[in-house]
Design a protein around this ligand. Sequence first.
Ligand SMILES: *Cc1c(COP(=O)(O)O)cnc(C)c1O
Length: 268
Amino acid sequence: MAEQLTGEPMGVAEQVSHIKQRIAAAAHKARRSPDEVTLVAVTKYATAQQIHELIAAGVRDLGESRVQQMQSHIDEVNGWLAGAASSGAALPAPRELRWHMIGHLQRNKANQAISLACCIHSIDSLRIAEEINELAARLDQPVKVLMEVNTSGEASKFGVSVPAATHLCEQIETMGNLSLVGLMTMAPQTDDPEKARYCFGLLRELFEEIRFHKMAGEQFEHLSMGMSGDFEAAIEEGATMVRIGTALFGPPPTQSPAESPGNATKSA
Ligand SMILES: *Cc1c(COP(=O)(O)O)cnc(C)c1O
């Protein structure tokens, strides 16, 4: 976590403004408007107090990688907002918050996910797409989804392979209760930002190919890519949503893998 001159760790509000400045600088460098890039704050390791500070600082998009964790954070936040509303504080209504499902989704959690999340970033197979499409039939509007692509080719990563991506995209497009709004990827964990940039560039090329061949509709406009260590490169390559946890809240607590809510990578 970045520190102030006094040596005190920055609070969440300061981190938010610091990250927003970095987002704006990366956008300007790429001759893009900072308004094109949404900060999705990944709250999977954040404390309740940190999430309150985040919302008070104006962040409205929150990302979770596990459905159970999303449910418990939503319950906690909505309870807090209900209490704060009676005290007259200037805070949003619960429905003004957008909770993004960013982690791998199991079929038995799909129903809960679509009732909680504004969109699902992690559609990585025909099976999960079909499951959500069936469950979404009862909803008033299509479920917004992004297709997750494994641009690094690492076996540990979720996501459809690059060669299979356009075919899955066409299949999703035939599903009446899904709205395919974009693509998502995760770059490899490395100290080399150029490796990450390569993955982001690959995702953008795929995105442009899908648009060029009109494999997806007008609503297909998002590139969800970039995390704490690589979001500036992602913005330069066209990201419209960056998913940032550690840079806002500090490093995750050390936990055994079984307890960890981070499931961005496959476990053996
Ligand atoms: C945890 C997670 C993030 C945030 O990662 P940081 O490095 O903490 O910013 C982003 N995307 C996904 C899918 C995640 O699981």
